[in-house]
Each structure stands twice: as structure tokens, then as C-alpha cells.
Design a protein around this ligand. Structure first.
Ligand SMILES: Cc1cc2nc3c(=O)[nH]c(=O)nc-3n(C[C@H](O)[C@H](O)[C@H](O)COP(=O)(O)O)c2cc1C
Length: 345
């Protein structure tokens, strides 16, 4: 699998998620089996590039290649400039966000809202491809199936994008109107795949090895992209890789292994954000990691009151050690729920 001329180790991708897939989390996903991970979106608004939030997003120190940066905006010239700016800061692939119900940029809706305005969408794609061409940087596009049920124009936009020089298209199997409601559908993803020669990536609701296998089969997609299911469970990538290769399930990681991964993640997280912001933004990652485990909800409440990196890591470490005494392997959600019921009985 290649994006342009850039080879990828496998076809399991981590989805861009604002506020989640920062550099430490992308590194973790790659370490645990993701072949590719896309940054959180970076705004095309120049006045925000110097902000702490955007400069952290454009920091790729030590990131495992290929470095893929997603840009979001509504103006072709600004998007082209944003592409060039991020290439200067290390981006090796530029991804255009037409997939997420993004916020307003310059009084217009960016992200998947662009699918409603095909001429503007194409103008942006052409401008970004032109800006990246001289750097030999491939451009990819992330989109939804369309604006709404009656206007599923993913195939048309994807074809135009391919003609304009886009190197890969990812389709989340929902319309913009759906938000995250309902179930993702894969027929439109399959139709996009059938219409294009460039790689197509299927995305939406992939949360297990079996689902990964079924979505690959149903769509013929070249790769799959996983977002929410990797929150608190970044080892899902290696679980899927193992299942696709052997037809068998990997055993869950040991509790102590999961603890080590989480502590390594936190260490890099604090390094990027510093103590004050780091402790606060780490809470959601810790919450996701423990939410399905026995006693996880109580631990999360207590952990949310801690104010220093040291207290947070110590509490986490002690909690996982105690869990490991009862469960050598990370208990599944069902087992965790059963234990909860036993405690309540
Ligand atoms: C918290 C959150 C933030 C997201 N941010 C972005 C983003 O910045 N850019 C983007 O293209 N999609 C974004 N998405 C959409 C995901 O990339 C993905 O398309 C969607 O979650 C469906 O995949 P999933 O079912 O595997 O989660 C976001 C999703 C979530 C849950």
C-alpha cells in the first residue's frame, strides 16, 4: 500500500480526531500496529498558527514517518498556504478535511460542509494539490458519503479529486447530516472504491477484528481507518492485524502491559503539554482506558480530582497493579460488567 510514492507498513489507519490524535497518541497507535495516523486538523487561518494549540498540532518532533497533517478551511488560497506551511514543518502528506462536522472557519462551515459546494470543494483540492506538487507531497482527501441522505455525492467528488491529482480518498460511511448518529453504511464506500484507481480507505464504526474483515470484504477498500474504537484501546490495531493474518484472536494484553503502554503515553503527553494542561487533557485518555474495567468509573472520578502529573501517574500505576492481582489479562467489557454486578449483589 502506497500513498503517492510513500510506502506504508500495513493498511490499518488511525483516524484524525481533534483533541485526541495528537502526536503522543499517534505514536502510540503506530507502536501498537497502526500503519498510518493522521494529525488532528490544523486550521487554514494564519492568525491562529502562532497559537499554542496550533503550534502543538504542527509539532512533529520524533514522529514516525510518514507524517500526515490534516488541514481544514474554506478558502482555496488559504488552504494552499496552510499546506505549504505544514510541509515546511515536516508534513510529508497533506490531508484535506471534508469529513468532519468542523467548526466555522471565516464565517463558513469547513470540513464535511464543503461537500455541499462541489465547485468550492474542487477549487480547494486543485489549489492544495498545486501547492504540494512542487514539494512532491501527496494530497489525500477525507470525506463523508455526502451532505445528506438525498445528496450522496461522494462518488462524484472522489472522481473529480482523483482527476485533480489526489493520491488517496477516505470515506466515512455517514452523511454530514447524520453527524455520528445511526450506523455507518459501506455501499457508498464500495461505490467510491469501484469508481477510482487510487487507494480508497473505508471508515466508520469499525470496532473489532471481525468488523474490520467484513468492511474490507464489503467495500473492497485498500485500507480501513479506525477512530473511536482506538480510544483507550490503541492495541486494537495489532489485534486486527493478527486476526486478518491468521483468522485467530490475540489474547487481550496483560493488565501490567496495558499499564506500561498507558504510562509511556502519559509521559509523552505531559512532555508535549506541560503539567497544567497535560494533567487535564490526560484525563480523557485515562478515562477511556479504564471505562470498561471493573471499578473503572470510581477510579476515573477520583483521578479527575488529581492536579499533578506525579499524582496522576502514581494513582494510575497503583490502580492497575491492584487490578493485575485479580486479573492477569485485561478483562473484557463483559467480564468487567459481570464483576460489577457481583459487587453490587
Ligand atoms: C472526537 C472526534 C474528533 C474528530 N476530529 C476529526 C478531525 O479533526 N478531522 C476529521 O476528518 N475527522 C474527525 N473526526 C471523525 C473521525 O476521523 C472518523 O471519521 C469518525 O469518528 C468515524 O470513524 P469511527 O467510527 O472509527 O470513529 C473526529 C471524530 C471524533 C470522535
Amino acid at each position: 500500500m502506497h500513498i503517492g510514492s510513500i510506502p506504508l507498513p500495513n493498511r490499518l489507519f488511525a483516524a484524525p480526531m481533534a483533541g485526541v490524535t495528537d502526536r503522543p497518541f499517534r505514536q502510540l497507535c503506530k507502536r501498537l500496529g497502526a500503519g498510518y495516523a493522521v494529525s488532528e486538523m490544523v486550521t487554514s487561518r494564519k492568525d491562529l498558527w502562532a497559537s499554542l494549540k496550533t503550534s502543538r498540532r504542527a509539532n512533529h518532533d520524533g514522529e514516525v514517518a510518514p507524517i500526515a497533517v490534516q488541514i481544514a478551511g474554506t478558502d482555496a488560497a488559504m488552504m494552499a498556504e496552510a499546506a505549504a506551511y505544514n510541509i515546511e514543518r515536516g508534513a510529508q502528506i497533506i490531508d484535506i478535511n471534508m469529513g468532519c462536522p468542523a467548526k466555522k472557519v471565516c464565517n463558513k462551515w469547513a470540513g464535511s460542509a464543503l461537500m455541499q459546494d462541489e465547485p468550492l470543494a474542487l477549487e480547494i483540492i486543485e489549489a492544495v494539490v498545486a501547492a504540494c506538487a512542487s514539494h512532491n507531497v501527496p494530497v489525500t482527501l477525507k470525506m463523508r458519503t455526502g451532505w445528506c441522505e438525498a445528496e450522496r455525492n461522494a462518488v462524484r467528488i472522489a472522481r473529480a479529486a482523483e482527476q485533480a491529482g489526489v493520491a488517496m480518498v477516505t470515506v466515512h460511511g455517514r452523511t454530514r447530516e447524520q453527524g455520528y448518529k445511526g450506523a455507518a453504511e459501506y455501499d457508498t464506500v464500495a461505490a467510491v472504491k469501484a469508481a477510482l484507481r487510487i487507494p480508497v480507505v473505508a471508515n466508520g464504526d469499525i470496532d473489532s477484528p471481525e468488523k474490520a474483515r467484513d468492511v474490507l470484504a464489503a467495500t473492497g477498500a485498500d485500507a480501513i481507518m479506525i477512530g473511536r474504537a482506538a480510544q483507550g484501546r490503541p492495541w486494537i490495531f495489532r489485534e486486527i492485524a493478527h486476526f486478518l493474518a491468521t483468522g485467530e484472536h490475540l489474547p487481550p494484553p496483560s493488565v501490567l502491559q496495558a499499564k506500561r503502554w498507558l504510562l509511556e503515553h502519559l509521559d509523552e503527553h505531559y512532555g508535549l503539554y506541560g503539567e497544567y494542561t497535560g494533567v487535564r487533557t490526560a484525563r480523557k485518555h485515562i478515562g477511556w482506558a479504564v471505562r470498561a474495567l471493573p471499578g473503572g468509573a470510581d477510579f476515573r472520578d477520583a483521578m479527575n480530582r488529581l492536579e499533578t502529573c506525579e499524582d496522576q501517574t502514581r494513582a494510575l500505576s497503583n490502580w492497575f497493579d491492584a487490578l493485575a492481582d485479580r486479573h492477569p489479562l485485561l478483562p473484557t467489557v463483559v467480564a468487567a460488567n459481570e464483576e460489577l454486578l457481583e459487587q453490587q449483589a
